[in-house]
Design a protein around this ligand. Structure first.
Ligand code: ADP
Ligand code: MG
Length: 454
């Protein structure tokens, strides 16, 4: 089959599967340029379209082409407007193919046994004056598990590095002691859900056994356990059982124990009997150091001027800093723009204005997510836990918070009458993922971009 003919037939098939506006926006000016060694080269009009199509329609296009011609195994995309002068597929050696088989949502990379995300490492944790004490405590624990600082209670504001540090302790212990030490990381929201599930199903014994076999228990955001009587009760027993057997307990919270009003007194005094450290807001030096380390990680270059500008302007916390950095990288990579101090200033400004669009409503945000992922809004608010729905659902929750600063109870309610802790969990999760997963970052940037343009 001729390339042109093949592409026309594939388009006819694609047209049936995507909405009309999406079809016109993304496929109308695309061409099939070449086909060789199982790869098909598709030209799209600009970087923006390339990013969007690669992220969203890779499978659809591949399936449509394969229906007609099953020798095609992979797709490549390039930005090109005139098909007559376009290049052909390069020889195999120099070819860089997208890797659709990699898990896109790196949730799957979480170690099922420990529940740790291996990307949080101690070496990638940059130490500065605001976190050196917590860091030192972490190191002491790794050397002598369960002996020195027990429990270790780390508190600090949003985005200062609590999750990163406590997960890094877990990963480091796992690397050092391998299977000799059983480590488990659990966000308190997850712990709560497990307890509720076990109560309903009369399986409390299973939970008890599971947690009491652990050597290092890491509980993130303990403030969410406070006030849930049965969960607290269960946690207290688990805590005692572990503590009495010299097992290590590591806890994070957004505030010190005495300011968690709903926390039961006996639990509070247990926490206060251990080591309490805080992580403060990062100073300028730490912000610069973190920026440099993230740039090295992502193999991205920015001029010292731009780094200085970002560190000067984005002061709130390290999560926000990474958010701005991701946005800048997105500009650099998908729009091929050189990042000058002036452009960086503008991007920082845009980020700072969030919630950016007074006009943007929650309904528009949800619609943008639904359109992007091509799922129905019923599915989005529904109960189904399929991966294809979990990501859009969590992204929607994340965006409602990130863009519109909606309250967590409101977000939970809006997305299928879910509990506010689910919304918090989704927000935290996506906030973390976005920094580690360029694919997800691009999707979110694209959705935001769509929102600002509509
Ligand atoms: P918290 O749990 O306190 O809200 P996180 O641990 O999620 O904050 O940190 C927010 C982001 O900042 C994460 O992507 C994390 O990797 C990064 N980060 C925080 N502290 C550091 C640090 N000291 N060095 C490098 N990255 C850090
Ligand atoms: Mg956290």
């Amino acid at each position: 089959m001729e390339l042109k003919e093949l592409w026309q037939s594939a388009l006819a098939e694609i047209e049936l599967q995507v909405s009309r506006p999406n079809f016109i926006t993304w496929f109308k000016s695309s061409h099939l340029l070449d086909k060789k060694d199982g790869a098909a080269l598709i030209a799209v009009p600009n970087n923006f379209a390339k990013e969007w199509i690669e992220n969203k329609y890779y499978k659809t296009i591949l399936a449509a082409i394969r229906n007609l011609d099953d020798t095609t195994k992979k797709l490549e995309f390039i930005v090109h407007t005139n098909p007559d002068t376009a290049p052909k597929i390069a020889e195999p050696k120099s070819r860089k193919l997208p890797e659709p088989d990699q898990p896109i949502f790196s949730e799957m990379r979480v170690d099922p046994e420990t529940n740790l995300n291996p990307r949080y490492s101690l070496t990638s944790f940059v130490v500065g004056s605001s976190n050196e004490m917590a860091y030192a405590a972490a190191q002491a624990i790794i050397k002598e598990i369960g002996k020195k600082y027990n429990p270790l209670f780390i508190h600090g504001g949003v985005g200062v590095g609590k999750t990163h540090l406590i997960q890094a302790i877990g990963n480091e212990i796992k690397n050092l002691y391998q299977n000799k030490v059983r480590v488990r990381y659990v966000p308190s929201e997850k712990f709560t859900n497990e307890v509720i599930w076990a109560m309903r199903n009369k399986r409390m014994e299973t939970i008890k056994e599971k947690y009491r076999l652990i050597d290092v228990l890491i509980i993130d955001d303990i403030q969410f356990i406070g006030g849930k009587t049965r969960t607290e009760e269960e946690f207290f027993h688990t805590f005692n059982a572990l503590y009495e057997n010299n097992k290590q307990i590591i806890i994070s919270s957004d505030r010190p124990p005495k300011f968690i009003p709903t926390l039961e007194e006996r639990l509070r005094s247990r926490f206060e009997g251990g080591m309490i450290c805080d992580i403060g807001y990062p100073d300028y030096e730490l912000r610069v150091a973190v920026l440099k380390s993230k740039l090295a990680d992502k193999k991205v270059n920015l001029s010292p001027e731009v780094v200085d500008l970002i560190a000067n302007r984005v002061k709130k916390n390290l999560r926000e800093l990474e958010g701005v950095l991701n946005r800048i990288i997105f500009y650099q990579q998908t729009k091929n723009q050189e990042i000058t101090a002036k452009l960086a200033e503008q991007i920082v400004g845009e980020s700072a204005q969030e919630p950016m669009q007074q006009k943007t409503s929650p309904v528009q945000v949800i619609k943008a997510v639904v359109d992007f992922y091509e799922v129905s809004s019923n599915d989005l608010v529904g109960r189904c836990r399929k991966k294809e729905l979990v990501e859009p659902r969590q992204v929607a929750m994340y965006l409602l918070r990130d863009l519109l600063d909606m309250s967590f109870p409101y977000i939970g309610e809006k997305l299928g009458k879910r509990d506010h802790t689910t919304a918090i969990y989704a927000f935290e999760k996506i906030s973390q993922e976005v920094n580690k997963n360029p694919g997800l970052n691009n999707k979110i940037m694209l959705i935001k971009e769509k929102l600002t343009k509509s």
